[in-house]
Write a protein that binds this ligand. Structure first.
Ligand code: 13P
Ligand code: SF4
Length: 379
């Protein structure tokens, strides 16, 4: 089916909010049937069940980036995830080689709710990273530092990495990416997630006293010292995920006491105190694969976003699955994507109106792609 006929009226969001999930589901399906293979709905593992049901493909951040990069027939990507993921999809789907294959036709990327951001990504602004780089240059040679940005960051930070010999990583490939960086330089500046940076580097034998934390709000020297910077191997950014920082070592101890043969499986965005004592740590894709391939009857306490853990419980009744924290740890921004926003953005698309398009500036995209492609070559 071809895309869009003559544009109809632009549809307002408000009326969609009072529709039942059944009605929304039926209408979403109608638009999917209309567009066929021209439309690709991507869903991150943290999305709510109702939304995941409509995802053509679901995955972790790396898998979703690769899916966007590989999209051939599609002309529209509806990204059920958060803003940095949609930006990455826009850049990869519209990279020069892909555009050439499609004879210049761009893929339009839509984020159903623009308020679906990532609080961790917001902890590093490009101006702060540029200022930190300049400040670091007062103490050490910045030609000997590789900037590494977690994919959970704005495109401008990825572009910074592209310009300065740096690279992007995800929670899946952080060890390989940091190893790559150390082949080039003797130091790394890792942003925005201090926990992923620290947990990964610790496993490579780098010690905490070689990893000062740079606070962009500190008056001087990122709140650390000249000596600490000079002794550093990895300079960590003072950022974190507000969801994963809620998992504590005491939660692990409690489960081990109550259920002696339980295994603790966490995401590496959890703080070091949790990551160090967990049995296994890895990306959302790794967590899914671990549960899918576990012996029936295995017992797990999982430290990652609540919607994903609840879905694992539902899809794997043969396992005993617990949520690691006694309190609710959910990603409120991911949760902003609901059936009402999905249906609203899709029906507008069918009417010839693109709402909530995520399109990265050309210059930013050009430099970001350098850092993204380096990553895709490493993995
Ligand atoms: P994954 O790459 O493991 O899917 O993680 C993305 C994320 O935002 C976790 O908080
Ligand atoms: Fe960002 Fe944390 Fe939400 Fe992941 S779970 S999208 S890091 S706020």
């Amino acid at each position: 089916m071809s895309s869009v006929a003559t544009p109809g009226p632009k549809l307002e969001l408000a009326p969609y909010k009072s529709l039942s999930n059944e009605e929304l589901a039926a209408r979403i399906q109608k638009v999917r049937d209309h567009f066929g293979s021209e439309l690709l709905i991507l869903g991150h593992h943290y999305q709510q069940d109702e939304v995941i049901e409509f995802s053509d493909l679901r995955g972790d951040s790396l898998q979703l980036s690769q899916m966007a990069a590989d999209s051939r027939d599609c002309r529209y990507i509806i990204f059920c995830g958060v803003h940095f993921m949609a930006e990455t999809a826009d850049m990869l789907a519209n990279r020069p080689e892909a555009l050439e294959d499609r004879k210049g036709e761009r893929v339009t990327v839509v984020l159903p709710d623009m308020a679906a951001g990532c609080s961790m990504a917001d902890m590093a602004a490009i101006e702060q990273v540029e200022a930190a780089w300049e400040d670091l240059g007062e103490y050490i040679d910045t030609n000997d530092i590789t900037p590494v940005t977690y994919i959970n960051s704005a495109a401008s930070l990825k572009a910074f990495c592209g310009k300065h010999g740096g690279i992007v990583c995800t929670s899946t490939n952080a060890p390989a990416v940091i190893e790559w960086a150390f082949k080039k330089t003797s130091r790394v500046l890792f942003f925005p997630d201090q926990h992923l940076g620290r947990n990964t580097a610790l496993k490579m034998g780098i010690t905490n006293d070689q990893m000062p934390v740079w606070d962009p709000y500190a008056e001087e020297c990122g709140g650390t010292s000249e000596e600490a910077i000079k002794n550093s191997k990895v300079v960590l950014w003072n950022g974190h995920c507000s969801v994963h920082q809620m998992f504590k070592a005491e939660h692990v101890h409690k489960f081990r006491k109550d259920i002696p043969d339980i295994k603790i499986l966490v995401h590496p965005e959890c703080p070091q105190e949790v990551n160090d004592i967990a049995d296994l740590s890895g990306s959302t894709g790794f967590i899914l694969k671990t549960i899918q391939s576990a012996e029936p009857g295995s017992k797990w306490a999982i430290g990652t976003e609540l919607h994903m853990v609840n879905r694992l419980k539902k899809e794997h009744p043969e396992q005993e699955i617990h949520f690691l924290s006694p309190v609710v740890c959910m990603c409120a921004t991911m949760y902003r994507i609901d059936l009402a926003h999905l249906c609203w953005s899709l029906e507008n698309l069918a009417e010839g109106h693109v709402v909530n398009q995520v399109a990265v500036d050309e210059e930013v995209s050009k430099w970001s792609l350098i850092a993204l492609k380096r990553m895709l070559e490493v993995v």
